[in-house]
Design a protein around this ligand. Structure first.
Ligand code: PRX
Length: 656
């Protein structure tokens, strides 16, 4: 790994010397105290399992580990919706706010209590039953950030129907692929969404997708803008019509007792091939893992106003907007729109108005706020904030410091939390009342988590040396495999280092043993905290009739972490033009979604390949980051790279 240019960045990071112990008053009242690290793995997860969730039937065995599959809380029966909703109402907290929903259009807001949430979930679940949804029926969800989204997820959980939520920014193609892969029978969507003042055509995309999903019998359409395509007779039903007349009495729709290991949901994420992977999360371990980490890492108190400013369409939203916080009975903010609509102080106005005390977001958002300037936050009283969190990609120390100083008033701890769709829950993070935090470091594995940095042979490297991040023991919310793809599961995570879970990330530990994440070491890019595979974008490009061949790589970007660069060889008669460039970018947006649109496309007559015909992405990355070229000795035709480099420079000159 020493030849990797990213090593230079990590060397700079490791010379970062600033550190901040927890403020004394914070430490004194923190949910997590130092003794949490002293609990054994078994003791910790046994206690959390018994105390953090309510069981219909208690578990009899903590876990079973038959690599590469783990099972947790064996023999137990429970329901996730009961834990997230009903039990809070039963214990007298029905009037507590579960979500302060904030629409993007200014002034649209709603406070939804736990009792109100229960009513909505029960009505909707009763409606779903009429459509034949029951235990084991796969359901797709394609929505924006409106209250109906968590309601739909919870209604599925109540009935024991596994869901897959598809991010509302994904295209019709991406949606269809996921619905078909899971075999969804019902799709829950909405007419349109709001994003940056514009309408997102969710139902129109869904219609296009459903034309290719014969297995989807019904679509339920929630009303948001009141616009969008008409309902399709026989297939579509309006949410209000389906649920409006149904009973809200929980006795009419009891929570289905689920086995600890029953499937809760699939969430598709990018891997190193074009086909997304269906990450499987089950019931008990996932719930215990997310709720436990949410409680200790975000230090939520009974009167906290917690805001995870992610989208529910990604795992961060599943675990830390829906399941973890609701299980803990926490009040959250749920915001529909972008941070700069209508103005760049929108977030800070929200923090001030609700007196948010815990804010969790991504480095890419922090860097956008940095770019916009400190004046927007300075207009608002942010003194309610006690704790800040970051997730999704490595956070550069400058952004970390900006966040702490300008948003946290120089007093709040910042927790940089490392995890993945696959891990389900945060695995490496400071405990805010215990850990001395350092800008850019995720610091220590959560208690009970066994993380290590290893070399090519799977042996642990000494502190200070780079290597691969692995996990040596199972954890409750770990994925239970890839949906219907056993071999790919083994191959992706378990084959590189037998017996160890390979995360796909590079890391180093410093002299204190603290972890510093170095980004992906595979063909996966991280754009604005979202995973996109190079091959996925390449296949979208070659799908266009004008394209002969394409190679895609990420280059460093100050705002989005990585930006997508595509090198494209057109078919003989096609002309490389600005129009072609726009056409191809749009084609990718249509195949995958706008987030996957290349920032640059370089047209080139040939791509650099090894003698065996493999595209050398490392070289392309060097070209796109304007670095001295790496090793070209295995290149079939070295002049190709020179030519591409000249073209890339031309592109850059044009862009300037
Ligand atoms: O490369 C790591 C990066 O995001 C990847 C996981 O992406 P995804 O499954 O989409 O989940 C994102 C939200 C949990 C990881 O393999 N990553 C995530 N958090 C961090 C991070 N890299 C560095 N520091 C983090 N805190």
């Amino acid at each position: 790994m020493t030849t990797d240019p990213r090593d230079h960045a990590i060397a700079a990071l490791l010379s970062e010397e600033r550190s901040y112990p927890p403020p004394e008053d914070f430490a004194a009242g923190a949910n997590a105290q130092a003794d949490l690290y002293e609990r054994s793995f078994e003791e910790l997860w046994e206690t959390e399992g018994r105390e953090r969730v309510t069981w219909f039937e208690p578990f009899t065995e903590l876990y079973e580990w038959e690599p590469p599959y783990a099972k947790w809380y064996l023999g137990g029966r429970l329901n996730v919706c009961f834990n997230c909703v009903d039990r809070h109402v039963e214990s007298g907290n029905g009037d507590k706010v579960a979500y302060h929903w904030e629409g993007e259009p200014v002034g649209e807001r709603e406070a939804i209590t736990f009792a109100g949430l229960q009513e909505r979930v029960v009505r909707f679940a009763n409606g779903l039953k009429k459509l034949g949804v029951g235990k084991g029926t796969p359901v797709g969800i394609y929505m924006g950030m409106i209250p109906e989204l968590p309601v739909a997820m919870l209604a599925c959980a109540r009935l024991g129907a596994p869901h897959t939520v598809v991010f509302g920014g994904f295209s019709a193609d991406a949606l269809a692929g996921r619905l078909n892969d899971m075999g969804c029978e019902v799709l829950i969507t909405q007419d349109e969404g709001w994003r940056k003042g514009a309408n997102v055509p969710l139902k129109a995309n869904a219609d296009e997708a459903l034309a290719r999903c014969p297995g989807v019998r019904h679509a339920v359409v929630a009303r948001r803008t009141g616009e969008g395509p008409a309902l399709r007779e026989g297939r579509d039903v309006a949410w209000d019509e389906l649920a409006g007349g149904e009973s809200a009495d929980p006795a009419t729709c009891p929570c289905e007792p689920m086995d600890s290991e029953d499937l809760l949901y699939l969430l598709y994420t990018s891997g190193t091939t074009a086909k997304p992977k269906g990450i499987a999360h089950t019931t008990a371990g996932y719930l215990v893992g997310t709720a436990t980490t949410h409680h200790y890492i975000f230090d939520v108190k009974p009167d906290s106003i917690y805001w995870c400013a992610a989208d529910i369409g990604w795992v961060t939203g599943h675990s830390y907007i829906v399941y973890g916080p609701l299980c803990n009975g926490t009040t959250s903010v749920l915001y529909e729109g972008t941070p700069d609509f209508p103005d760049r102080d929108r977030w800070w106005e929200i923090v001030e108005r609700y007196r948010v005390d815990v804010l969790y977001t991504a480095p890419t958002a922090i860097r956008a706020h940095m770019k916009w300037g400190t004046e927007h936050a300075a207009k608002h009283d942010l003194s309610s904030l006690r704790l800040l969190g970051s997730v999704g990609e490595p956070i550069n120390p400058e952004a970390w410091m900006w966040y702490r100083e300008n948003i946290g008033g120089g007093r709040t701890p910042v927790v940089d939390t490392w995890w993945q769709t696959e891990t389900g829950m945060i695995l490496i993070s400071p405990l805010p009342g215990v850990t001395t935090v350092k800008p850019g470091s995720a610091t220590q594995p959560f208690p009970g988590i066994d993380a290590a940095v290893v070399d090519e042979r799977g042996e642990e490297v000494p502190n200070g040396q780079g290597g691969y991040l692995v996990l040596r023991k199972p954890w409750p919310a770990m994925l239970r495999g890839l949906y219907k793809e056993h071999d790919r599961y083994v191959d992706t995570y378990w084959s590189r280092f037998p017996g160890l879970y390979f995360t796909g990330d590079g890391a180093k530990r410093d002299e204190d043993g603290d972890f510093w994440l170095m980004g992906r070491v595979d063909d996966v890019m991280n754009v604005s905290g979202h995973r996109i595979s190079t091959i996925e974008v390449e296949s979208a490009l070659v799908d266009h009739p004008a394209v002969a061949e394409a190679a895609v790589c990420g280059r460093k970007d100050d705002l989005t972490g990585e930006a997508i660069v595509a090198f494209v060889t057109l078919k003989g008669s096609e002309e490389a033009s600005v129009e072609m460039l726009d056409t191809l970018r749009e084609h990718v947006a249509q195949k995958i979604g706008k987030i996957a649109r290349p920032a640059n496309i370089v047209f080139t007559p040939e791509l650099p390949k090894t003698r065996s015909g493999k595209i050398m992405r490392r070289l392309l990355r060097d070209v796109s980051e304007h670095r001295t070229l790496g090793d070209t000795t295995t290149l079939a035709d070295p002049s190709v790279v020179e030519e591409i480099r000249d073209r890339a420079e031309d592109e850059k000159a044009k862009a300037v």
